[in-house]
Design a protein around this ligand. Structure first.
Ligand SMILES: C[S@@+](CC[C@H](N)C(=O)[O-])C[C@H]1O[C@@H](n2cnc3c(N)ncnc32)[C@H](O)[C@@H]1O
Length: 215
């Protein structure tokens, strides 16, 4: 498990330029927010919410839902809280410090019921203990609710030199493409835990997974 100190060290300064710089290479995030199936009153959780960029977009786009975010970095959460407050969304977006692997809707957010939807946006590629993070997310979702993931894929539609440069760049930030993660979700599907649908973003630059939990 990455520690809070490690993540704080990584984001202490980059958090100030994070949204601007990541706009160009964290592809598929807006598509994910558009495609999420949500109803009025739904509670939606982002796991590894960073600067709350996605939660703010979601809250603006879907005024009828309540948004929740957790992150392990206090530095990122400080930026997230300032942005949420300055945009007047503090009553609709709740932020908490928590490890993805330790999520508990009661303990972490004081909620009586599990979430109606949850998503990981470019965070599972940074979480070494990603199976535990996925298990915790599924445990904290209602039956038939969907867990969404957007993250780096294998860039299969791109030239080799591009893949090599991207991999070198991502290594600097402890980000790793995890082919075994998609296999893991497929195995859960085969076991009847839920139903997986997978889409490619920009020639397999990234993938968009939707895992609908069984009833
Ligand atoms: C690449 S950033 C993505 C931020 C945001 N989801 C986005 O799309 O802009 C990954 C985030 O995951 C957080 N993170 C890393 N490991 C975590 C863990 N074990 N539990 C919770 N958050 C974690 C980091 O602190 C960071 O804010």
């Amino acid at each position: 498990m990455a520690t809070t100190e490690e993540m704080d060290r990584m984001y202490r300064w980059t958090r100030y330029v994070y949204d601007f710089t990541r706009k160009y290479y964290l592809l598929g995030r807006d598509r994910l927010l558009c495609e999420m199936e949500l109803k009025a009153g739904d509670r939606v959780l982002e796991i590894g919410c960073g600067t709350a960029r996605n939660l703010i977009c979601l809250a603006r786009r879907r005024p009828e839902v309540l948004a929740y975010g957790l992150d392990v970095s206090h530095e990122m959460l400080a930026t997230a809280a300032a942005k949420v407050t300055s945009r007047g969304l503090a009553s609709r977006i709740t932020l908490r410090h928590c490890f993805a692997e330790q999520l508990d809707h009661r303990g972490t957010f004081g909620l009586d019921e599990p979430f109606d939807a949850a998503f990981f946006s470019y965070s599972l590629s940074m979480i070494p203990t990603w199976p535990e993070a996925i298990e915790a997310a599924l445990r904290n979702l209602k039956p038939r609710a969907t867990l969404y993931v957007v993250d780096f894929w294998d860039q299969g539609g791109w030239p080799g030199w591009f893949r090599a440069i991207l991999k070198g760049w991502l290594d600097l930030f402890h980000v790793h493409y995890r082919p075994e993660l998609i296999d893991y979700l497929q195995k859960l599907d085969e076991k009847g835990v839920g139903k997986l649908t997978l889409q490619s973003v920009a020639g397999r630059y990234a993938y968009l997974a939707a895992f609908r939990k069984s009833g």
